[in-house]
Design a protein around this ligand. Structure first.
Ligand code: SME
Length: 161
């Protein structure tokens, strides 16, 4: 297991490629959900320095707060509510350049300005969502979407297949 996810790579796409290479090593041979998701948050935080990174897990027809890195967050989110509940209900990644412009956005921190939420899916079933918040507007684009979806696929295969 490589211990450090810090990188000097500036180009975002190259950074994600290097991240995914190391990430596969980090999670190899482990399929304990909470442990793998916790280390995923830590690795993303170290590599990209995002403001808030965490997972919400589908439990009893609602999302509950799972492993995360960042400030305290709300415990439960209903299906279809907020950015996370929308990602779950639609099984589609939500890229939100300005959280104030997203109807029903749930503000866990007033510092959060933009957000991306990626569902973890197998056989059309959503098991969890990866939620990343930024304290700047329009942080996330198609590059983030593509690579975070790749990370979500890797996790889904290991944890939920
Ligand atoms: N903003 C999210 C809620 C979770 S926090 O960002 C950690 C939402 O609207 O679903």
């Amino acid at each position: 297991m490589e211990a450090s996810f810090k990188t000097k790579v500036e180009d975002k796409e190259k950074k994600y490629l290097e991240f995914i290479r190391q990430f596969k090593g980090l999670i190899e041979g482990e399929n304990e959900e909470i442990s793998v998701l916790a280390n995923t948050c830590a690795a993303l935080r170290e590599a990209f320095g995002f403001f808030w990174i965490g997972f919400y897990l589908v439990r009893n027809e609602q999302l509950i707060l799972g492993p995360f890195q960042g400030s305290v967050a709300c415990y439960r989110i209903a299906k279809g509510r907020g950015v996370c509940g929308t990602a779950w209900a639609t099984a589609q990644t939500q890229v939100v350049p300005d959280v104030e412009a997203f109807p029903g956005h749930i503000a866990c921190s007033s510092e959060s300005r933009s957000e991306i939420v990626v569902p973890l899916i197998t056989n059309r079933k959503v098991h969890a969502v990866l939620d990343i918040d930024s304290n700047e507007l329009a942080t996330f684009d198609q590059v983030d979407k593509n690579y975070l979806e790749e990370i979500a696929r890797i996790l889904s295969k290991i944890l939920y297949e």
